[in-house]
Design a protein around this ligand. Structure first.
Ligand code: UD1
Ligand code: CA
Length: 454
């Protein structure tokens, strides 16, 4: 059995008042249309077709090869949009799902129920409905005395008794492919709006005495269609709740899920605690038994097990196990902190590797550097990595003691077990086990290397 999805995404989205095409507005970090395609991927057997129009180039660039894009120009309504997929889909599939790209919360299992119902429906189509007090401008489902679906009436043409109907058209349909295309051609232009409405297809089936079935969906929130930025915020909150609930079911503790902002792509291990006002975004993976937050912002980063990230910011960074950072620490891209590293307040690390057990407690900038195991970086240490033209590397060995307020003028190498005095300005390489002091620092005596035992 072949199932092909057609996603209608050509409309202007006027009510969003945006330069960005509506379907590219993000929801928990991913464009609206990504969520729709993700759900459809789970239930269809063929590549989906996306009908694009307004902002076609941007939408096509985003969709890339996850779907086949066809253009609708001009945009003459949802039935006309669906027809643009005919050349690609007709004769090549058994069932066609048609849905709108502005319904990002509809989960895969609703589409699954839709397909299963249509498979046993002797008629040509099944649609999803929802019962709601607030109609939000949705089409009303008209049923006859026997309770079978007779029509979908759009709000602006509905008679008062139809406006009172609580069953609404969600905007997801499953058709027998061999009936669909001919029926779409027979839909007539709506006289008031001059558009071809997909919803009129219900009456065509009814006129042929073919049964139309409905899957009544229980969860109102999941049927939110996004027409304005107010709807976008409602959908964002609903999706955030769904994401957070899944993490909690997987064993993650959230002190306050409402103020915990986790994007759809994030993975978190069990017994990790996420504290309030924390944003975890992009391709971030967090291990088990960590404590993250409060007030932290983490993007595209990897965090091992047993780490503590306290009121800190990370972007494109890696923490191995048992790292302790914050408060007010910042890791920029390419920062890699080895096991048991401690990074205290007001530190910044970029494009650098800090090996196991390094301590940098206060007010330091480390850029383009490698730091050997168990080295101590004193308060206020700066790697002066930029000479005005290019970035230069700093290599610091193991068991080094960098005194407070040392300026490490790169390119520079500091040997294992060396020491720098407070306020040193180091412009030349330092041999192992040597103490340097002053400005610029010069060697004054041999020192004993201290090896730390765990
Ligand atoms: C539509 C339904 C309505 C349903 C509601 C649910 C119709 C006529 N009405 O109304 O019954 O309750 O969705 O959300 O279908 N589009 C195109 N080309 C066009 C016009 C629209 O691709 O020429 C796309 C839009 O980009 C959008 C989708 O179709 O993704 C729905 O269009 P929209 O104008 O938002 O329809 P609604 O008024 O919400
Ligand atoms: Ca809509």
């Amino acid at each position: 059995m072949k199932v092909t999805a057609v996603v209608l995404a050509a409309g202007q989205g006027t009510r969003m008042k945006s330069d960005l095409p509506k379907v590219l507005h993000p929801l928990c970090g991913k464009p609206m249309i990504w969520h729709v395609l993700e759900a459809l991927k789970k239930v269809s057997t063929e590549k989906p077709v996306v009908v694009v129009g307004h902002g076609a180039e941007q939408v096509k660039d985003y969709v890339a090869d996850s779907a086949v894009c066809v253009e609708q120009e001009p945009q003459l309504g949802t039935a006309h949009a669906a027809l643009q997929a005919e050349a690609i889909v007709k004769g090549k599939t058994d069932y066609v799902i048609i849905t709108y790209a502005d319904m990002p919360l509809l989960p895969a299992d609703v589409f699954q129920r839709l397909i299963e119902t249509q498979r046993v429906n002797p008629g040509p189509l099944t649609l999803v409905t929802v019962i709601a007090e607030d109609p939000r401008g949705f089409g009303r489902i008209v049923r006859n005395a026997r309770g079978t679906v007779e029509a979908i009436v759009e709000e602006y043409v509905a008679a008062p008794e139809q406006l009172a109907i609580k069953e609404l058209n969600v905007g997801a349909y499953c058709f027998k492919s061999d009936w669909l295309w001919d029926a779409l051609h027979r839909i007539e232009k709506n006289p008031q709006k001059g558009e071809y409405y997909l919803t009129d297809i219900v009456e065509l089936a009814v006129k042929e005495n073919l049964p139309v079935q409905a899957v009544v969906h229980e969860d109102l929130i999941e049927t939110i269609g996004i027409n304005t930025r107010i709807h976008l915020a409602e959908a964002e909150a609903a999706m955030r709740e769904r994401i957070n609930r899944q993490h909690m079911l997987n064993g993650v503790t959230m002190m306050d899920p409402v103020s915990t902002y986790i994007e759809a792509s994030v993975m978190i291990g069990k017994d990790t605690v996420i504290l309030p006002n924390t944003y975890i975004q992009g391709k971030t993976v967090i291990g088990e038994h960590c404590s993250i937050g409060p007030n932290s912002h983490i993007r595209d980063s990897q965090i091992g097990n047993g780490c503590k990230v306290f009121m800190s910011v990370m972007e494109g960074a890696v923490l191995e196990d048992e790292v302790d950072m914050g408060p007010f620490a910042r890791l920029r891209s390419g920062a890699h902190l080895g096991k048991h590293v401690h990074m205290g307040n007001f530190g910044e690390v970029k494009d650098s590797y800090l090996a196991e057990g390094v301590k940098m407690g206060h007010f330091s900038y480390i850029g383009n550097a490698t730091i050997g195991a168990n080295t101590n970086i004193g308060a206020g240490t700066i790697t002066c990595n930029y000479d005005g033209e290019k970035k230069n590397p700093t290599e610091i060995g193991e068991d080094v003691f960098i005194g407070s307020d040392t300026m490490l003028v790169a390119p520079l190498k500091i040997g294992d077990g060396a020491k720098t005095g407070a306020g040193a300005v180091v412009t030349k390489n330092v041999a192992p086990e040597t103490l340097v002091v002053g400005m610029p620092a010069r060697a004054i005596k041999k020192v004993e290397r201290k090896v730390k035992k765990h």
